[in-house]
Design a protein around this ligand. Structure first.
Ligand SMILES: Nc1ncnc2c1ncn2[C@@H]1O[C@H](COP(=O)(O)OP(=O)(O)OP(=O)(O)O)[C@@H](O)[C@H]1O
Ligand SMILES: [Mg+2]
Length: 372
């Protein structure tokens, strides 16, 4: 069995795209082109769709000029820690760490469907936290997405890879071009991140080392997360086929709830089989019948965020729009709670859970300890 890929062009066994001569993996979908070959490099690396992040502290050389190494550490480390925390919070891995910056990968070693979105969230969090930190340092961040070869050849540290491919170089170029406090992204990151992320186009730019001009975008923010199914709804759904028995079953449960019981229903099934559609059809029917629908989404990268799902339920219940001033949202909640007239609601706890300003309720919340 040969260790050398065929020099002849071949087609991908999965997506049928014509492959480059000598290519080991399909450029379009990453499938191994010669699965029978047990070559050395097949065993020690993987081609993956990832978002590569380069993030650096602006002017770090000037900041530490003339300082001893441990003083330099004291100055820069709090900001580097913020960068590491942001990468980890959104499920990225830090592949290289310097005293003033990181190279991080999103979508590896486990594939993540929303790798580019996670990278955008992490970049925004880094800027926000470094700006508001005591050191008030500025960062330059570059994000680029695409197929990247992650090699473990010659690396004995778990979780660290040799990363190869033009995506890496592009992310590095974008990082060095970014203005302080900003993130530049390539076109693939913009597409992969989806419609919940906002970008401003800088047009096409010539980048050193790249023969073609590259579309460059500034990452400007994330609006309320739009699920893939909500996108499908806004594009228009095809007529519903079948699902009569499932809807009848759900309606029976709703009738029991109306009679005074409570119920939780779990819908499970293969990806794309129609779980979200069934839930949507059902809630549409309920809404038409006068029910009030509270919708909350759990997001995979929110696993480490305390009370993420209950926070989402409460935001939906109180109709909190993230674009509204936090103090206005807090006032809105106070008003709604007063209308309900339930004396057991602890406003301080509620506002604190939603990270909203406590205002006059701080006095009642402050003394409450975990034992209370
Ligand atoms: N019974 C149905 N009739 C017509 N179209 C359907 C039906 N069920 C699902 N679809 C359509 O198929 C597509 C995929 O369905 P949906 O998003 O509900 O799947 P899912 O199981 O939630 O997928 P995922 O596991 O990826 O979240 C959607 O465009 C949806 O409108
Ligand atoms: Mg779904």
């Amino acid at each position: 069995m040969s260790n050398t890929p065929s020099p002849e062009p071949s087609c991908c066994p999965r997506c049928a795209k014509l492959a480059r001569a000598r290519a080991r993996f399909c450029d379009a979908c990453g499938t191994p082109l010669h699965p029978g070959e047990t070559s050395h490099s097949d065993r020690e690396g993987e081609l993956k769709h990832v978002t590569v992040m380069f993030a650096d502290i602006v002017n770090s050389t000037d900041l530490v000029a003339g300082l001893s190494p441990d003083d330099a550490e004291a100055i820069l480390n709090p900001t580097v820690t913020i960068m590491l925390d942001a990468v980890q919070a959104f499920g990225g891995i830090v592949n290289q760490l310097r005293g003033d910056g990181v190279l991080a990968l999103f979508g590896a070693p486990q594939s993540q469907e929303d790798y580019a979105l996670r990278a955008c969230f992490a970049a925004l969090r880094m800027h926000e936290r470094t700006r508001s930190s005591e050191q008030r340092m500025s960062l330059r961040v570059g994000l680029a997405s695409g197929l990247t070869f992650l090699s473990t050849t010659g690396i004995s540290i778990a979780g660290v890879y040799g990363a190869f491919g033009s995506t890496l170089h592009l992310a590095s170029r974008l990082q060095s071009m970014a203005h302080p406090d900003s993130t530049l992204c390539d076109a693939s990151t913009r597409v992969a991140a989806g419609p919940s992320v906002e970008f401003t186009s800088l047009g096409q730019k010539a980048l050193r080392g790249f023969s073609n001009q590259q579309d460059v975008f500034v990452l400007t923010g994330v609006h309320h997360r739009i699920s893939r199914f909500s996108e499908a709804v806004s594009r228009g759904l095809s007529p519903l086929v079948g699902r009569d028995s499932e809807l009848a079953e759900l309606n029976k449960i709703a009738a029991r709830v109306l009679a005074g019981t409570s119920a939780a229903v779990s819908i499970t099934g293969e990806a794309g089989v129609g779980k979200s559609r069934l839930a949507w059809e059902f809630t549409e029917q309920l809404q038409a019948g006068g029910w009030r629908i509270v919708q909350a989404d759990a997001v995979s990268y929110g696993r480490d965020v305390p009370y993420q799902l209950i926070g989402s339920v409460l935001r939906s219940t109180f109709g909190i729009d993230p674009s509204i001033e936090p103090s206005a949202s807090a006032d809105g909640i106070r008003k709604q709670v007063a209308e309900i007239g339930d004396a057991t609601v602890h406003l301080g706890a509620l506002l604190s859970l939603l990270a909203l300003p406590l205002g006059e309720d701080a006095a009642a919340w402050g003394p409450v300890g975990p034992q209370a």
